[in-house]
Design a protein around this ligand. Structure first.
Ligand SMILES: [Zn+2]
Ligand SMILES: [Zn+2]
Ligand SMILES: [Zn+2]
Length: 272
């Protein structure tokens, strides 16, 4: 299974558009891997997780071709993960194609309601919208995808996703704070090959209940190993970094590497 990160920044991206904090000022000058667009990850050839306002940048700088994507799973309907208006551009007159390329979108009720309100049912040859609920496992192309409860926004059912294919299992877990016990219960008995974790607050503890920092990531890693959900071979990856707490790639790698964590950056590719 290949995991490709197009966007690894939190909601405001890095640097944040209007921000004059010292981190954003520095990153505007130095650029490189410290520049982070909003979240979007591709699994193998045809599965995309989240569809951000930076989707055009993911095409321009990341090489993403939406015509290769058959399935989109949306973690939740926050702006940095879900830009529904752009999805409507899949149909004429915005896109011209000899035959429809159909994209199936899986998401929570809020995701589905927003797409319906925008008129997605009128372009169902191009865009199919399917609701997924927590603890449900469904076939998505060659993948099996199971939604699990995130600890994020009580106003909607935010999802973590277990993604399985050809004997490999990935847990994709952001946005979320430290996992709820019902999520731990559902993970018992799993043997994860890779875990992608919310690390909004970078190297420190979390300053929010609905997100994590590296200290929380380490708590999750050690509990997973203790409960044999993860092993020494499991690949742990931290992502969704916010500008405020210093998401400098070199500093993140220095802090994470001793604990066998990868710090994601825009364009990072991982094979498991
Ligand atoms: Zn987010
Ligand atoms: Zn800033
Ligand atoms: Zn969010």
């Amino acid at each position: 299974m290949n995991i490709h990160f197009y966007g690894t920044g939190a909601s405001e991206a890095v640097p944040a558009t209007f921000c004059k904090c010292k981190n954003c000022q520095k990153i505007r000058k130095t650029g490189g891997r410290d520049f982070r667009s909003r979240t979007c990850t591709r699994i193998d050839q045809d599965l995309l997780i989240d569809f951000s306002p930076d989707i055009f940048d993911h095409m321009r700088y990341g090489g993403l071709d939406m015509n290769e994507i058959d399935h989109l799973i949306v973690t939740h309907a926050h702006m940095d993960h879900f830009y529904p208006e752009e999805l409507l551009h899949i149909a004429p007159p915005y896109s011209m194609s000899p035959k429809p390329h159909k994209l199936t979108v899986f998401g929570n009720k809020t995701v589905c309601d927003r797409l319906k309100a925008l008129g997605c049912e009128e372009i169902s040859d191009y865009l199919e919208v399917r609701q997924i609920i927590n603890f449900q496992e469904i076939s998505v192309g060659d993948f099996l995808v199971k939604a699990l409860p995130a600890n994020h926004d009580p106003k909607q059912e935010c999802h973590l996703y277990l993604i399985r294919k050809e004997g490999k299992t990935l847990l994709y877990a952001h946005d979320t704070g430290y996992f709820k016990e019902e999520t731990w219960d559902a993970l018992q008995g799993e043997h994860l090959d890779a875990v992608v974790l919310d690390c909004t607050c970078c190297v420190g503890p979390s300053y929010f209940q609905s997100h994590m920092g590296f200290e929380d990531n380490l708590k999750i890693q050690s509990r997973m190993v203790r409960q044999q959900i993860a092993s020494q071979n499991t690949v742990f990856i931290a992502t969704h970094f916010v500008h405020t707490y210093g998401p400098f790639q070199e500093e993140l790698e220095r802090a994470f590497t001793p604990y066998s964590f990868l710090a994601a950056y825009d364009g990072m590719n991982v094979d498991i």
